[in-house]
Design a protein around this ligand. Structure first.
Ligand code: MLT
Length: 267
């Protein structure tokens, strides 16, 4: 389906709907990316899900209101979209920053999700030096443009083998380059100031699928295991995706999609 736009306050949020299956999945992209990162998921058979893929404020084809943003702003935008689409309880699927936003969503709107998919993310706040570096980058991105932010990120997102895969690198670069300076600065502020989500994880009451790329260095498998250990009542399943780093849904989509299908079938 074509890109659609929803006016929220003073900006327009871009989103797409793919498929028409019985499960609604709200895919929340990572930083500095956009909804196009979910292409291998929304195009994959079997079509047992309806996929909702927003571009978060400041990313992709959404407008970028002036920063700073709070992590809750992203959650509020997603609730506005769900209300507009009259979807009550989707499955939330967040990768990395998308996971941080999923935690914020669950804190603010605890009854608006039926299940959770956490990919390459973690519940902790930033260590001091990362917090500081994010705020420094946010302060200068309007002057430098986004290239000095995006270029070093690419190497961290992908395995060395994925970095040799020219079409994949091209795709990720193209996605990242659609980020606006407002979006980059706003998201950096939001991530730097996000609260501790460990209590959110420990009070989860919905089935949760945790996924992590085997070679992820940003949110390594040990953090995924810690999340799995903290979620009560055997509500979580952990799947490690081989031959991938921080973007397993793009680097090795077949096992990533299989884990999603298995999870949906278990609900
Ligand atoms: C992301 O992929 O969303 C970011 O790497 C998250 C972060 O910088 O903490």
């Amino acid at each position: 389906m074509a890109i659609q736009k929803l006016r929220i306050g003073d900006f327009r949020l871009a989103y797409q709907i793919h498929g028409s299956g019985p499960h609604h999945i709200l895919w929340i992209h990572g930083y500095p990316l956009n909804a196009d990162m979910w292409r291998p998921q929304v195009d994959a058979p079997p079509h047992i899900a309806t996929h909702i893929t927003p571009d978060l404020r400041g990313f992709g084809q959404s407008d970028g209101p002036a920063p700073p943003y709070h992590i809750d702003d992203f959650a509020d935008d997603l609730i506005a979209l769900l209300d507009h689409l009259q979807i009550q309880n989707p499955i939330l699927a967040g990768l990395s920053m998308g996971g941080y936003i999923a935690f914020a969503f669950l804190r603010k709107y605890p009854h608006r999700a039926s299940a959770l998919i956490l990919a390459d993310t973690h519940p902790n706040t930033d260590p001091t030096e990362i917090h500081r570096a994010r705020l420094q980058t946010a302060a200068k991105v309007h002057r430098t443009g986004i290239a000095p932010v995006v270029n070093p990120m690419l190497e961290k997102l992908l395995t060395p083998e994925s970095l040799d895969n020219k079409p994949l690198v091209y795709t990720v670069r193209k996605i990242a380059e659609r980020s606006s300076p407002n979006g980059i600065a706003g998201a950096l502020h939001a991530m730097a100031r996000r609260p501790d989500s460990n209590p959110t994880l420990q009070s989860l009451t919905i089935p949760t699928q945790i996924i992590v790329g085997e070679h992820d260095t940003i949110t390594p498998p040990s953090l995924a295991q810690q999340m799995h250990n903290q979620i009560p009542n055997n509500l979580s399943t952990l799947t490690t995706i081989p031959q991938s780093a921080h973007l397993p849904n793009l680097e090795n989509p077949q096992p990533f999609n299989q884990s999603i299908t298995t999870f949906l079938n278990s609900l």
